[in-house]
Design a protein. Sequence first.
Length: 169
Amino acid sequence: MKKILLVLLLSGLLFACGGKEEEKDTPAEEALQEQVDAAEEAAEEAVDATEEAAEEVADKVEKAVDDAKTGGETTKPTSGGWTGKVVKMTDFLSGNYETLSVARVKELVMAGQYVGFLSNGTFYMVYNAAGNYDWKGLARVSGEESVTIEGKVSKVNGVSIIMATNIAS
């Protein structure tokens, strides 16, 4: 009998404790969760947009290189080359440029900046015969006031490109 009373008492306690509803979040907690969700969504959208932009830039660069290899919009081989100096692209665009040292060129390229060749007021991106951006060739002669590049010039989507056969100082 004691066992039955004990079972009934414990069963009653079990049912009394099990029927409570879970506590709801406070309005402040709900607002905080909404902000977290919005931030996560914005971060995902930013990542997607960045990936799309990177793909678009890569496609345009690849097309520019292919156009330069095949002649692009205009192509003219050099007969003696162009003379100029190695400069940072953003410095050229701002109009405040100077000759770069070898160490500075390497530093800029590793930081994702572009360097190119400035001749007679025109900025050229320089590629080698394999169609690769030739920053190493430019770094080799950077620091010199007078650099000569021989090769073919193309203008692709408004960007002047030299497919270099020889880079010398």
